[in-house]
Design a protein around this ligand. Structure first.
Ligand SMILES: [Zn+2]
Ligand SMILES: [Zn+2]
Length: 431
């Protein structure tokens, strides 16, 4: 701890008589006589910091801590005079005193504050956990995401989900995890590092925690039948076997993954190749909704790659606005996609570009749910449809419908997931 102590008075001027010392001090402070002149006149052994060799003065003031009569240490003439200081305990009678006692008092107050704050956080986290969510009410998307998290990121003893560690890693997986956090299916585990949680009170005096998501351990805040925590983790780890996912559920989750991968590639191409700040909007969402009804992720990469290059030329030659560039790119991709579908052209599958970071969710989904291993990026919607034909879905084949998307659009849901529009750049979530 950095506290200030009173040093000893120096004795280099002790050879001076009392009168010589008095007149030296007077000439130094009041006369402001040059130090070289004083040095020569009094035969002083040093060139500077004369004040450290002047005698300390007794003060009228006594120490607030130990009642000793305080002293005043002489100051350099270019600075402000020093406050009276206690020769016994080094205290000065001011709030900003840094003596050992004052530092210790401050440290104890800090520990006390911290203890109170930690208790507040713990209570809030326990409160969150006490309102568990019924597993049977989760959507299939939530169930699959949860299963992937348990498989990929459980702690050794299956007590919690381990932190994502880096901001980057959180960012790459956020579109799968944040919906779980918002739905309170995942809550911050009480054993998280509280240094990365800040506490505020809102106007209703309720505790608001703001967390750094990537540093948190996560608690799975659901209950299922009478399963213990350990049994729940084991159950969730076998998502595909236990949940008996239907074709539509798998297809919808695949779409989520495919859109997420395509968005990352779009973001890279906008930011790095076209040099335009990427913004997620309805036009992009609509295009991805369309593409993921027809093409594999690898084929979508192919389209984005090809038309980013065309757009770069267009941008360089035409000197157009940012919106114009973006519209041009999306329109080219849409036109090409329509042409391919209409004429049954073959479109090559590209591998995942190296500069796009892996996502635990897509890797896991391809390996363990689709069991496609390295081929995950080549799977088309039609292949998913055919592969899961034997499931209990009523309609066994596409019949008059050309694509899986047409089929699903007509029969059931396929509403664009509104959640996915919201690009939540915030890394903190207040409770
Ligand atoms: Zn004292
Ligand atoms: Zn003090």
């Amino acid at each position: 701890m950095n506290f200030s102590c009173l040093h000893q008075q120096n004795t280099k001027f002790n050879f001076l008589s009392q009168d010589e010392m008095n007149s030296l001090i007077k000439e130094y402070y009041e006369g402001r006589v040059a130090m070289t002149v004083l040095k020569a006149k009094y035969n002083l052994p040093i060139n500077s910091h004369f004040e450290s060799n002047f005698p300390w003065k007794k003060s009228e003031v006594v120490c607030d801590l130990c009642s000793t009569q305080m002293i005043v240490v002489p100051h350099h003439r270019d600075r402000n005079p020093n406050d009276p200081q206690c020769p016994n305990c080094s205290h000065i009678n001011k709030e900003n005193c840094r003596c050992k006692t004052c530092c210790e008092v401050e440290y104890q107050a800090y520990l006390e504050d911290r203890k109170k704050r930690d208790e507040l956080i713990l209570n809030q986290l326990i409160l969150e956990e006490s309102q568990k969510i019924d597993f049977n009410k989760l959507t299939s998307e939530e169930k699959i995401s949860l299963g992937i998290l348990v498989r990929d990121m459980s702690s050794d003893y299956l007590t919690h989900i381990v932190p994502f560690r880096t901001k980057e890693n959180w960012k790459y997986n956020k579109s799968f995890v944040l919906p779980l956090v918002k739905a309170k299916i995942l809550t911050v585990h009480p054993e998280s590092d509280y240094d990365h949680i800040s506490v505020k009170k809102n106007k209703f005096k309720e505790t608001i925690l703001t967390v750094e998501f990537h540093k948190m351990k996560w608690n799975i805040n659901v209950y299922k039948d009478n399963l213990s925590n350990l049994e729940l983790y084991n159950y969730l780890a076998n998502t595909d076997d236990e949940l008996k996912l239907t074709r539509d559920e798998i297809f919808l989750y695949w779409k989520k993954i495919a859109k997420d991968e395509a968005l990352k590639y779009f973001a890279y191409n906008f930011n790095t190749v076209l040099n335009i700040e990427f913004e997620r909007d309805f036009a992009i969402e609509n295009l991805l909704e369309y593409l993921t009804n027809h093409f594999s992720i690898g084929q979508i990469y192919n389209l984005i790659w090809k038309y980013t290059n065309n757009t770069l030329r267009f941008k360089t030659e035409q000197r157009v606005t940012k919106d114009h560039v973006s519209n041009y790119l999306l329109k080219c991709i849409k036109n090409e996609a329509e042409k391919i579908i209409q004429n049954h052209y073959k479109l090559e599958h590209f591998g995942k570009p190296k500069y796009i970071q892996d996502s635990s969710f897509s890797d896991f989904f391809f390996d363990y749910i689709l069991r496609a291993n390295e081929q995950g990026y080549r799977i088309t919607p039609l292949e998913i449809f055919e592969r899961y034909k034997s499931e209990s879905d009523e309609t066994q084949d596409l019949g008059e419908f050309k694509t899986v998307g047409d089929y699903l659009n007509t029969f059931k849901f396929l509403s664009v997931n509104k959640e996915s529009f919201e690009d939540n750049g915030e890394d903190d979530l207040p409770w």
